[in-house]
Design a protein around this ligand. Structure first.
Ligand code: NAD
Length: 335
């Protein structure tokens, strides 16, 4: 049997990282997961899982020992509510994580390194209308990214570019556009809009009140990509020879009001929307997938409705499970 390739997934206790570990195990890689926490919603599929704070250089050296490839997903992050209110913390923590992880990977002789960037790197002035033009990779410059979170992502992209040129480590950079799906944070303040909206609609359904709060007028727009497409795209990019930043997302733009309506239909209820003050991010954002199609010969396949149906079901189950007494929960989980 061919020797297994050893890979490290950082942020393996998080949403995308835990799904990526499963995907890579199914492809027969030997996977080490690292995070400051274990996955919340199911046990990890990683061969080894180490709890390490990757802001620290010594921990990054330990994490990257003996691996051929690194998928760098660790980040202090969350939805708009979190990103808009923790600028200094995000810039400090994520800078340390990414500087140290990449340098340690190079020091330990890793050959490939995939960095997970974000649509937040794009110039904000191009995203001021709800019907904003889809963003091409080149639209990150001249630089005016969103929030400290976006600035750090842009700097780490540049870091990867120079490590590749100066040291020969094959870096890949993916820019995600709103990834959502099952087993992602859905409560507590770090959740992103699809999970938050599924939770609000499920609560409206279960308590019979039908009112759902939406930050702002709800006419702000985004595109949303399901987690199964995300991990497929990550893997295809890592295996490709394309080393410039690449969008990974869906290119169907919907408003937050439309998103709420789609989820309500899935839940089988009618909702009334209550618009309240809250951080909204840019007014409009969509992914231009021209380069993605060209480079990978592929693009995300899962429609918003199909992805949301799975996600909604999972979140509704989480809420129902939470509201059961502990002995009943054990019985349900044992089934
Ligand atoms: P997540 O928050 O679920 O996962 C990130 C993980 O990093 C968490 O488990 C967290 O505990 C871990 N982490 C934080 N600080 C750490 C530290 N000091 N040491 C080790 N681990 C640490 O987020 P996610 O949605 O899975 O995102 C994964 C990556 O993709 C991140 O880099 C994120 O910025 C990027 N991204 C995600 C989206 C999205 O829509 N989910 C969009 C754009 C970019």
């Amino acid at each position: 049997m061919a020797e297994q390739i050893k890979v490290l997934v950082t942020g393996a206790g998080g949403f995308i990282g835990s799904h990526l570990v499963t995907y890579l195990k199914n492809k027969n890689y030997r996977v080490r997961g690292v995070d400051i926490k274990y996955p919340e919603f199911s046990p990890t599929d990683a061969d080894e899982f180490e709890i390490l704070d990757l802001r620290r250089w010594d921990n990054c050296l330990q994490a990257t020992r003996g691996v051929n490839e690194v998928y760098a997903l660790a980040a202090d992050m969350g939805g708009m509510g979190f990103i808009a209110n923790h600028h200094a913390q995000i810039l400090y923590n994520n800078s340390l994580i990414n500087l140290h992880t990449l340098e340690a990977a190079k020091t330990n002789g890793a050959k490939r390194y995939l960095y997970t960037s974000s649509a937040c790197v794009y110039n904000e002035s191009l995203q001021s209308a709800a019907d904003a033009k889809p963003l091409r990779e080149a639209d990150a410059y001249p630089a005016q990214p969103q929030d400290a979170y976006g600035w750090e992502k842009l700097i780490s992209e540049i870091l990867c570019m120079h490590y590749r040129r100066d040291y020969g480590i094959e870096t890949r950079t993916v820019r995600f556009h709103n990834i959502f799906g099952e087993k992602g944070t859905w409560e507590g303040g770090r959740e992103k809009v699809p999970a938050a909206m599924c939770r609000k609609v499920a609560e409206a359904k279960l308590n019979g009140k039908k009112e759902v709060e939406i930050w702002g007028d709800g006419e702000q727009t985004r595109s949303f990509c399901h987690i199964d497409d995300c991990v497929e795209g990550i893997y295809r990019l890592m295996r490709s020879d394309f080393y410039e930043p690449l969008n990974l997302g869906q290119d169907r733009m919907v408003s937050i009001n439309q998103l709420a309506e789609i989820i309500a239909e899935i839940a089988g209820i009618e909702i009334t929307k209550k618009h309240i003050d809250g951080p909204q991010g840019v007014r409009g954002r969509n992914s231009d997938n021209t380069k993605l199609r060209e480079v990978l010969g592929w693009e995300p396949q899962i429609t918003l409705e199909v992805g949301l149906r799975k996600t909604y079901r999972w979140i509704e189950d989480q809420i129902k499970n939470q509201s059961q007494p502990d002995d009943l929960k054990m019985m349900v989980n044992a089934l």
